[in-house]
Write a protein that binds this ligand. Structure first.
Ligand code: N01
Length: 558
């Protein structure tokens, strides 16, 4: 029990809404709440805004969705005035954008930084949440919105001896704010997901030697990053209404792009190869939109996977290294596909080596080395690119107790259960942004964030108008949604990979496909229909007495 829990100070403050997290979701939620006249307070564990982009400062960190699309659409002025400099924005530029948004909309005055929310307990009499933070304060709010992010709980692996290592150990998801200089050092990099694949080429340029420890080879497509020209930016800006509409309503993943209209086996081998080659040259995530059945049929998927394996073989000069780098244990795209700059070519450098830890797992880390197959790979510094306790990890860190003392962690012990990814039955007035059961990490996050925030804001306005005190997911509606989310996932190839989407990267975490794979357009329509039918599948209860919402939050009824 933390000091805050042991001795909470009396509640003095109350708000309509407490928002947990000041990443892209929390910032937009705050902006909407303020605009609607709700009082709100945001608690953020970091020292600044930006969420995942505040923490993930590793060398080479960059978004894999094009910058002109990985940006807010809620303000026409904002999207017209901000100049993205590159096709894929780097982490520093995204963080600068987040700070610009915070300043432009004057958000900081309602955000308390360097503060963790440790506990949220539903007070049944007052029908509101008592929220306790790491500074020992407890505040009240009628609603709590978890904008805690899906990839913000960096995971240190359980590798024997890791704590005995004498050199510096960095985690890509919790990178220092100061410059890290690897000049003259032998660096060991563990993990070859998006973070490892982005950082390896940059570290290799600086370090004396880079040793990459690979457990699972990953598919990666070249980013083909480049400076954006004024003309490219203007074309986007002119066409934003249609681009944004398409991303929200049509695209499965919230990204404006040409949609495939045929399956991979509908084309001849030559035509197919040409299409893949063109997409490889263009670079980026749209490689996977070459055909409409790459995520559905293994025979189709194999054609794309074989093409990429072939490209790896062409790029990497040492045949043994090339073979190790060619993924062979999951269909392409079923683990988050990576987007890189010179990742495979990095292994042609004389100062880079690859160690296969799949056939020969790491035995232990000693004071100065990583021991594999009885051999010590000496390193001066370690970089852990070992991922996150994704989607549920940051929620699980908060002790959330609903009516009757039920904890969310206990309820989710066998996997997260939500209705529409927005609420979990038994926890009234507690919303989750881009939670498990929503398209979330399978989509352009900003598109999904804006949709969730707007939907939540509309629900609060509805409740205020109708004089309603509580809103909660109905258990039956939730059960049906959980079944639906699973059915849709199991109709695809995704569950064939041991991915973090499945919770497979965390020992003991239940294997449940967490995001909703039905597509952002379909999902948006479902959410809108639910609202149009009077919030079907949610239980809403009236106020026993009028509450002055908008004027100071949560007051205990007399
Ligand atoms: O994490 P990951 P990430 N011993 O979980 C290995 C987003 N993102 O930080 O696959 C040895 O994907 C693990 O091996 P295996 C993006 O959505 C986006 O790279 O479990 N190895 C794997 O190789 C992404 O998917 C961007 O066998 C261990 C790696 O570590 C998500 O964040 C950039 C190990 C972890 O890969 C997560 O990416 C960065 C152990 N004990 C991240 N434990 C962009 O926008 C784990 N591994 C481009």
């Amino acid at each position: 029990m933390s000091p805050a829990q042991a001795n909470p100070s009396p509640t003095t403050e109350s708000y309509n809404v407490i928002v947990v997290g000041a990443g892209f979701a929390g910032m937009y939620m705050l902006h909407r709440l303020r605009g609607l006249g709700f009082s709100a307070r945001v608690y953020e564990q970091g020292g600044g805004v930006g969420g995942t982009w505040y923490w993930n400062r590793y060398p080479g960190a960059r978004c894999d969705v094009e910058s002109m699309q990985y940006s807010y659409s809620f303000s026409e002025e904002l999207q017209q005035e901000w100049d993205w400099s590159e096709r894929y924005a780097s982490q520093p530029e995204i963080l600068k954008y987040a700070n610009h948004v915070a300043d432009r909309f004057d958000l900081r005055r309602d955000i308390q930084f360097n503060t963790n929310v440790e506990r949220a307990v539903f007070d049944e009499r007052a029908r509101c949440w008592a929220v306790t933070t790491s500074d020992g304060t407890t505040v009240q709010a009628q609603f709590v919105v978890l904008a805690t992010g899906c990839l913000s709980n960096a995971r240190k692996p359980d590798i024997k001896g890791l704590d005995n290592f004498k050199g510096p150990v960095y985690h890509t998801g919790n990178w220092p704010h100061e410059d890290v200089d690897f000049t003259g050092l032998r660096v060991g990099l563990i993990g070859t997901g998006s973070s490892g694949i982005q950082s390896a080429p940059v570290i290799a340029e600086q370090a004396k030697h880079l040793t990459v420890f690979q457990r699972t080879a990953n598919f990666s497509i070249p980013a083909r990053n480049a400076a954006l020209t004024g003309e490219e930016r203007n074309t986007f800006r002119k066409n934003y209404p249609e681009i944004r509409r398409f991303a929200r309503e049509v695209a499965r993943n919230g990204i404006f792009a040409e949609q495939p209209d045929r399956g991979a086996l509908d084309d001849s081998d030559d035509v197919r190869r040409e299409k893949y080659a063109a997409r490889w040259e263009r670079g980026g995530l749209t490689f996977m939109y070459a055909y409409n059945n790459l995520g559905l049929a293994l025979s189709a998927n194999d054609t794309a996977a074989n093409f990429v394996r072939g490209k790896i073989g062409e790029i990497v000069t040492d045949p043994e290294t090339a073979k190790l780098l060619q993924p062979d244990n999951h269909p392409i795209g079923t683990k988050r596909i990576c987007i890189d700059t010179d990742y495979f070519a990095t292994f042609n450098r004389p100062n880079v080596s690859l160690v296969d830890i799949k056939s020969n797992p790491i035995q232990e880390i000693t004071a100065h080395a990583v021991r594999v197959g009885g051999e010590d790979q000496e390193v001066d510094a370690l970089v852990l690119a070992t991922g996150f306790d994704a989607m549920t990890g940051s929620v699980a860190k908060i002790d959330i107790r609903g009516p009757g003392g039920q904890t969310l962690n206990r309820k989710w012990a066998e996997g997260p259960k939500t209705y529409l990814g927005l609420m979990s039955a038994g926890f009234p007035n507690l919303f989750i942004i881009t939670g498990p059961g929503s398209p979330s990490v399978l989509s352009n996050m900003i598109v999904s964030i804006e949709q969730h925030v707007d939907w939540i804001a509309d629900s609060l306005v509805h409740m205020r108008k109708q004089g309603l005190a509580t809103m909660e997911a109905d258990g039956e509606a939730e059960d049906k949604w959980v079944v639906h989310v699973n059915e849709v996932a199991h109709g695809t190839l995704y569950p064939q990979a041991n991915s973090w989407y499945m919770g497979a990267n965390i020992p003991g975490k239940p294997r449940i496909f967490m995001p909703y794979i039905g597509g952002v357009g379909v999902y948006r329509r479902i959410c809108d229909e639910v609202a149009a039918k009077g919030y079907e599948g949610f239980v809403m209860e009236a106020e026993a007495q009028p509450r002055r919402l908008g004027a100071g939050g949560c007051m205990t009824p007399a």
